[in-house]
Write a protein that binds this ligand. Structure first.
Ligand code: FHN
Length: 438
């Protein structure tokens, strides 16, 4: 082998040049996919698995200290005969989401898809014998929705997830394992997810925080993903600053930069698309006693504030063990879809507006059009700082009535029409442009 060939071989990992990854050269496909992701603004998160059967959230194996052998028996009884991918996609469509992110494997280690890497998967381990991810991928494709796969790096079942991480307990696994075999297992599963389900939106990683300092070899996993599907986005929920090869910065239960949940970073990327994942009640997986559902106006507020921060909202549902989505989730999704039917132009395809998010609301923009979202302001006048361009016209998005405004060097004051009954967000459209004081 020539010296040149040897260097090339050493720099090549599974066909993808490592050198390109080291510089984090972002392909045109990824750039375009990131833009489409940022335009999408609203996604549906689905946490669904064996754990749904116990109705106590997706951490039930850990919280109740269930032994691997017992959880394996539980897994064998999973039989969601009422699952219908087309019904889920129809609900997602009515809600106005532009993508779905579903758990392919959560921390319990059970694969919700057909995999040759372990029999511990929904097709080979259960009487259900169907691959719901395949059915969902087909239904999404038929409807033009992007599908992302959530994939847990943390595993409470796999013997090679060793040494164990912060969430470990004595659940009957042997006290030894082969970490490199575990990485190979994950990469093989990711290869299946990226080669058997058509073009996917990307991979949403979670759980690395269980062993943040382990040799995860992310560069090679990320290179593999980008080689198999150049437009697939990598969305890591590691609660840290974005790393090389990652495409989206995601925040859990918090708007970008906030940290009420206690594990998000305050760093906000200025380059990458942003996303906030949010539970509709207080649980990700189905929780039969959790009735703490957020109101529709609160959810509208999250969507608006996420967009005002330049981010997407990934709103979660936890389907029931039979495969149906409960009425509390469905009703809220339908209402959000109704709201977006009127106000969606102020959300989809927008970026953060010229006025940073405030306690009263947020602003979004598309080109010269600025959308002022008034979520919570009791007074008739609202003063905005200078917008960087003069306001040509101002009108209410709903109904189109003109809105009086006054522009000075200090900013723009809007005379707000009163909110209609039950209207969570008064949206004032400002058409800006040209030269002028504000
Ligand atoms: O532990 C998981 C949790 O179960 C859920 O999947 C959320 C979703 O963002 N992420 C993890 C916690 O960071």
């Amino acid at each position: 082998m020539s010296r040149l060939a040897l260097v090339f071989t050493l720099l090549t990992l599974g066909g993808a040049p490592v050198r390109a990854q080291a510089r984090d050269a972002v392909s045109a496909e990824r750039v375009a996919a990131r833009r489409r992701f940022a335009d999408a603004k609203f996604g549906l998160f689905i946490h669904w698995g064996v754990y749904s059967q116990l109705g106590a959230g997706e951490w039930v194996m850990h919280n109740r200290k269930i032994a691997v052998a017992d959880y394996e028996s539980l897994a064998a009884t999973f039989n969601p005969t009422k699952f219908d991918a087309a019904t889920w996609v129809a609900l997602a469509r009515r809600a106005g989401v532009r993508y779905i992110t579903i758990t392919s494997r959560h921390h319990d280690g059970f694969s919700m898809f057909k995999t040759a890497q372990t029999p511990y998967n929904i097709v080979d381990w259960t009487a259900f014998k169907r691959d719901p991810l395949k059915e969902l991928a087909d239904a999404c494709r038929a409807d033009g929705l992007k599908l992302f796969f959530y994939y847990s790096q943390l595993d409470w079942h796999h013997p090679d997830y060793w040494p164990r991480g912060a969430t470990a307990w004595d659940n009957g696994r042997p006290d030894h394992g082969d970490w490199s075999r575990y990485l190979a297992f994950m990469n093989a599963q990711l290869t299946e997810l990226l080669t058997r389900y058509g073009a996917v939106g990307g991979i949403w990683f979670d759980g690395m925080w269980d062993k943040p300092d382990a040799p995860w070899q992310l560069d090679s996993t990320y290179a593999l993903i980008h080689r198999l599907q150049p437009a697939a986005l990598i969305i890591p929920n590691h609660h840290q600053q974005p790393r090389r090869g990652e495409d989206v910065q995601t925040f859990e239960q918090d708007l970008p930069g906030a940290n009420t949940a206690g594990f998000n970073t305050s760093y906000v990327s200025g380059d990458l698309p942003l996303e906030t994942s949010l539970t509709m009640n207080d649980s990700w997986g189905f929780n039969i006693t959790d009735k703490d559902f957020k109101s529709v106006s609160l959810l509208v507020g999250y969507l608006v504030r996420a967009a005002g921060n330049g981010g997407n909202l990934l709103l979660n549902v936890g389907p029931r063990p039979d495969g149906t989505i409960g009425p509390e989730f469905a009703a809220r999704l339908d209402s959000l879809g109704d709201w977006l039917g009127v106000y969606g132009t102020a959300i989809y395809g927008t970026r953060a507006g010229p006025v940073p998010p405030r306690s009263w609301g947020a602003s979004t923009r598309r080109g010269d059009t600025v959308f002022v979202h008034v979520l919570d302001w009791p007074d008739p006048l609202l003063a905005l700082p200078p917008l960087g361009a003069p306001v040509r016209t101002a009108y209410l998005l709903r109904g189109g009535a003109a809105v009086r405004f006054e522009a000075t060097a200090a900013g723009v004051t809007l005379a707000l029409p009163s909110a209609a009954a039950g209207e969570p967000d008064r949206v004032i459209v400002l058409v800006t442009g040209g030269r002028g004081p504000s």
